[in-house]
Design a binder for this molecule. Structure first.
Ligand SMILES: [Zn+2]
Length: 373
């Protein structure tokens, strides 16, 4: 599932032959379209195709750090946590995005993205585990799909979306915009926090890791007039940290490991202040150029190839449309008006997934070395 061409195959298959296509066909009849999508029961294959496409959009936006060692490390921390979930068998894929922005994004069916800038800001492995587990819970509880249904599909009835592929593309773009805008409900965020720290504690990590990182974020954001970036729509930071502390006591979460030395030897990025992050126009799609590589290894987003039809809803959702958005321009630094540097940051130039092989034995050895369980 890590080879980009397979992603495209999955989408094509979905569009032509899956049960989804049959249901999408009904949608074309027009009536009750939104309700039908809301009631739609996704198969694993459909969730996988949607997640793959959303991840592709995220990777095309920010680029991927082309460093197998960093990916292997983040994957090992991630797998240590996913082992403890009810869905250890999802095709979990951990992706480090090539941007100074501090952010993390989950996509359906096992995709967890974290930025280089977030890694730079963390002090130890327990903090990384805390943020990854929050995103992992968004996946396992299917918050990504619920948010799509709640936020986006209400307006779907008004959209002229035709055909299975066009609809998947519509849904993937909507889900992409939701996760960039952190459109989860407050309830989803709360459960991602509390279930997340329970998971890392079960794995042996100090459950204080998430709260500790949120404290660093609060400090980073204290001069900002708006809440920015990671968890931007979350409850107030202090209330959130208080809830985490209360949960640790109430649930008797007893993990203790910080694993600081291994974190420091694995991650050497330096944080970039918000005011110095280069940004691109809000809603820009596609590659912004940068430090990650010189060439795109994948075709341009299929959005560009989608049939241009009057009323086709993507441009509304992406804040732009057609080829105008194809080449992104760096428009300013973190202070540029109306831009959130943690979301609108420039990204790297290479969207290719960095495939890493991590066996169950590797995870065992990793846990043992970190005194994890
Ligand atoms: Zn969240």
């Amino acid at each position: 599932m890590k080879v980009p061409s397979l992603f495209l195959c999955a989408l094509v298959t979905l569009g032509l032959a899956s049960p989804a296509a049959a249901q999408f066909g009904l949608l074309e009849q027009g009536a009750k379209r939104a309700k039908q999508i809301n009631d739609f029961r996704w198969t694993d294959e459909e969730k996988a195709a949607l997640g793959a496409r959303v991840s592709e959009l995220v990777r095309q936006r920010y680029g991927v750090v082309q460093d197998p060692a960093v990916h292997k490390y983040v994957t090992l921390v991630g797998r240590t946590i996913t082992e403890k979930t009810a869905k250890p068998g999802l095709p979990w894929t951990f992706i480090v995005l090539d941007t100074d922005a501090v952010n993390a994004f989950a996509a359906p069916h096992g995709y967890v993205h974290i930025t280089r800038g977030a890694l730079a800001l963390m002090k130890n492995e327990a903090e990384l585990a805390g943020v990854l587990s929050h995103e992992i819970v968004h996946v396992t509880e299917e918050h990504t799909i619920d948010t799509l249904k709640k936020n986006t599909l209400k307006s779907a009835a008004a959209e002229e979306v035709s055909g299975g592929n066009a609809l998947i593309e519509f849904l993937a773009n909507a889900a992409y915009n939701n996760i960039l805008d952190n459109a989860y409900s407050r309830g989803d965020e709360g459960s991602a926090d509390t279930l997340g720290i329970a998971l890392i504690s079960k794995a042996g990590y100090a459950p204080q890791g998430l709260g500790s990182f949120l404290g660093t974020l609060a400090e980073r954001n204290k001069s900002a007039t708006e809440k920015r970036g990671l968890f931007s729509s979350h409850p107030e930071m202090q209330a959130r940290q208080d809830k985490l502390t209360a949960t640790i006591t109430k649930e008797k979460l007893a993990g203790t490991q910080l694993v600081e030395a291994r974190y420091k030897s694995s991650i050497s990025y330096k944080p970039v202040p918000q005011s110095q992050i280069a940004t691109v126009a809000a809603g820009t799609k596609g590659l912004a150029g940068g430090s990650g590589g010189s060439k795109s290894a994948e075709p341009a987003p299929a959005k560009e190839e989608a049939p241009k039809k009057k009323g086709f809803g993507l441009s509304k959702l992406t804040g732009g449309g057609g080829s105008e958005t194809k080449s992104a321009q760096v428009v300013g630094s973190g202070g540029a008006r109306g831009l959130d540097p943690e979301k609108d940051a420039k990204g790297g130039g290479n969207p290719a997934v960095v495939a890493v092989k991590v066996t169950p034995a590797d995870v065992q050895a990793f846990k043992k070395a970190g005194q994890l369980t």
